[in-house]
Design a protein around this ligand. Structure first.
Ligand code: ADP
Ligand code: MG
Ligand code: MG
Ligand code: MG
Length: 417
């Protein structure tokens, strides 16, 4: 898609030489001779550098032509930097202040320069370390409502909406990764899968679980065919950076049109996985109890704030293709549009539960695992907690039509441990 002739991956030494003339870095940082560069990428795919000087700091993120997690044997298109940039622009416009400020996009080098979030920590790490993030649920609930509503047919007019659908349809490689690594591999014997020793019987049970595989197939159909809104597409707690009073969403390279419940469900899944593992990271029982209460409260707040904000936008900003005021409000019927809203929120909720259940499976049985489990040194304990989380995830995916509230899910989580 883009011209790549001059693409070369950066390293700490070459970065000042290669970017030192760019005004977008030079102005805030001063001359490149004074830059200090370190590589901090901890993700699965890309290079991330922090560039600091006495004047300030910036982050440079560059795509690699292969998947970092696997190596050069898994070639990957550099176009994901383009999609990340396009997505971050839209997400930032739809919920201002919730993504890093963007300074520069260089398509040839597949790199993005953005605000250095500091003293923010990756939310996953902060939660493992027992930091309290009292605004996390509220901020992410608002973010989800605003980005998911404003990227949808309820908000956007026909031409812009179709153009965006077409644009993000180009992000096929990452869509394909999700289709395989999330919705297929974890439920069968696939070469990239791995699991904790001791979990073999559970793995076999998952692969033989027809009801779970039917639910997975249904959710994959939702993901692949329901182009409801522009999703972040990878909204786990590792794609969130936070302090006690600020929350930012990063790493939007998986953006694509899909069902609203996907972003919601993936995020909630990671809060629930943090709940199931909290005791393993806290020897003190009272600290563990408090962390458990807070994680479940964060999930609850996130969903409730999402529903309230989404409803507010529905009532005040419904102007797109699916506006529908002509059918209801304009004819003096305020009840009809509320009924459509209630049905829509119900669909998002059922979808979120289904996607949450599948996300838990893929993080325990698939390729990309999460630190909540991976850093538990006692493998027996890790396998036990993974088994519990899988049972919980199965319950959500299979029974998503019968679990009606976030309270009910939280009670199920407490009941299963
Ligand atoms: P990947 O796509 O490879 O997962 P991410 O965008 O998630 O890359 O970034 C990887 C890591 O780099 C994050 O976990 C975080 O530690 C750091 N990082 C990324 N963007 C920023 C930023 N704007 N400010 C501070 N740190 C960042
Ligand atoms: Mg990441
Ligand atoms: Mg991480
Ligand atoms: Mg990423």
């Amino acid at each position: 898609m883009l011209e790549r002739i001059s693409y070369r991956p950066l390293d700490c030494e070459s970065l000042p030489l290669r970017l030192g003339e760019r005004a977008e870095l030079l102005n805030p940082l001063g001359p490149a001779t004074g830059w200090r560069v370190r590589e901090v990428g901890d993700g699965n795919l890309n290079l991330v550098f922090i560039v600091e000087s006495d004047k300030g700091s910036l982050v440079v993120k560059q795509a690699l032509p292969y998947a970092r997690v696997v190596g050069e044997s898994w070639p990957m298109s550099l176009d994901r930097a383009f999609f990340e940039h396009e997505a971050l622009k839209r997400l930032g416009a739809r919920d201002p202040g919730r993504v890093p400020d963007l300074k520069l996009f260089d398509p040839a080098q597949a790199l993005l320069v953005m605000e250095h979030l500091t003293p923010h920590k990756v939310a996953r790490r902060a939660l493992i370390e027992g930091e309290e993030l009292p605004r996390l649920g509220e901020h992410l609930g608002l973010y989800l409502a605003r980005t998911l509503f404003r990227g949808s047919d309820w908000s956007m007019p026909t031409a812009a909406r179709k153009a965006d659908l077409a644009l993000f349809s180009g992000n096929v490689e990452l869509a394909g990764i999700t289709e395989e690594l999330v919705f297929s591999d974890p439920f069968k014997d696939a070469p990239l899968n791995r699991h904790t020793p001791g979990l073999e019987a559970t793995v076999q049970a998952v692969r033989a679980d027809r009801a779970l595989k039917i639910a997975t197939q249904e959710m994959k159909a939702r993901f692949a065919t329901c182009a409801q809104t522009l999703l972040h597409g990878d909204l786990h707690t590792g794609s969130v950076m936070a302090t006690a009073d600020d929350t930012r969403v990063i790493d939007a390279e998986f953006a694509l049109y899909g069902p609203m419940g996907f972003d919601v469900g993936v995020l909630l899944a990671h809060l629930w996985m943090a709940f199931f593992t909290r005791k393993a990271h806290r020897p003190d029982a009272r600290a563990a109890a408090r962390a458990g209460d807070q994680l479940l409260a964060t999930a609850e707040t996130c969903w409730r704030v999402f529903a309230v904000e989404f409803s507010r936008l529905w009532r005040t900003e419904r102007a797109g293709i699916l506006g529908g005021r002509d059918l209801f409000e304009d004819q003096g019927d305020a009840v009809g549009s509320e009924a459509v809203l209630a049905r829509h929120l119900d669909t998002v909720w059922r979808d979120a539960l289904g996607f949450a259940g599948i996300e838990i499976h893929r993080r325990i049985l698939g390729l990309a695992h999460v630190a909540e489990f991976e850093t538990i040194a006692d493998l027996g304990l890790r396998a036990t907690l993974e088994h519990t989380a899988l049972g919980f995830g199965r319950h959500l995916a299979v029974n998503r039509r019968d679990v009606n509230t976030v309270d009910a899910v939280n009670r199920i989580a407490r009941g299963m441990e």
